[in-house]
Design a binder for this molecule. Sequence first.
Ligand SMILES: *Cc1c(COP(=O)(O)O)cnc(C)c1O
Length: 450
Amino acid sequence: MHEFTPEIEKVAQEILEYSLTRLKDNPPLDGPKSEAELFEIVGNTITESGLGGSQTLELFVQTLAPACISTDHPRYLAFIPSAPTELANLFDLVVGASALYGGSWLEGAGAVFAENQTLRWLSDLAGLPDSAGGVFVQGGTIGNLSALVAARKEARNQHPDIKRWAVACSSEAHSSIASATEVMDVDLIKVPVHPDGIMRGSDVKSAIDKYRSEYADRDICAIVATAGTTNLGIIDDLPSVGAIANSYKIWFHVDGAYGLAGLANGDTRKLFAGVENADSFIVDPHKWLFAPFDACALVYRNPELGRQAHTQHAGYLDALTDSDDFNPSDYAIQLTRRTRGLPLWFSLAAHGTKAYSDAVEKTMDIARTAAELVKAHPNLELLREPNLSIVAFTRKGWAMADYKAWSDKLLEDQIGFVTPSTHKGEPILRFAIVNPWTQVSDIEAILATL
Ligand SMILES: *Cc1c(COP(=O)(O)O)cnc(C)c1O
């Protein structure tokens, strides 16, 4: 090890060749195998003398990779898929080969500079001031948690007398908000929403007033609006929720892990009016901004509040923290960090922002067509007109067991990957369309099985 031998050179060629083929050819959908099945084929891979690079790669290519669903397959429409650009994926190879350290300016200035320009692009699209800034973290879960911890820190500073804090979000908010409140040990106020699923300022106001009247020594440290719910793509009423947050002087966080990618397109951007009032927001480039796993952009209106909440202090870190440099580690729950924003930066810099706008537009078009096809289908009922690129519908006469059986068979037949979800306690299906490779014919192929 730690010597670039001719054998390593050979494995390097094999790895590059495999990577390029994977990028060039449409991947098969593939699917999981049980642990017993995998063990039967590959056995124990960890041995004293090692299997050698070529043989280990062979195990991966022949057995392990096909036991992973290709999340970038055009008919993978479950959860929120992923569709990295070729350049973003290629640059991920560079990041891996370069031992870049993204935690501090001292060690990673060039990489952090590029990441920050990417964050600036997102922040400007959202309409935050020039002073806004932040960091790429692992995912929306850590992004939301980091923003909410900063919000609580600020609330504690302002109101040291308050005994316990709460976070308010819509009943449709992502599960990571509830997870964050568990980790933080704060109360979670789930604001009931109207049948259209949109949280409005008046809903938030009632919920806050109720909480305050019940608990004299508690208060709300953050209001979370969702800009594109995971299940249905619903955008909370950002202007009125932001106005309530402002009038109550409560931190306004916008969770746009999926939806705020829509900022990249001029038409879609209009749906997010009001996001410019956010104290913090997140968007996951690994969802709808064509970057590989894993990357969440976390942006603070006032990054200094993020820094105060998250900077770690120790003698061995003083060389970093005593300087005025911008150290990405200081803005979230993390210390060592991969420069995970670089694949997006490279692709964005190379292709330009117009290509991103076009790619978002393309997925929106496919989603609109998919909604029309669902409406025209004799067995299906569209749940609501999609506002973003998620199309949700039901199959007449089916119970959850029918949906599950259909979903399993769809994958088994390698036609597509679509898993059932629920809405108001009832089973539904949803297509999350974030992949510009997804064509109308892909949607038709899946709908034909319903
Ligand atoms: C996906 C998602 C998250 C969580 O993001 P991860 O990257 O999976 O941690 C949070 N909020 C919303 C709205 C999401 O869609």
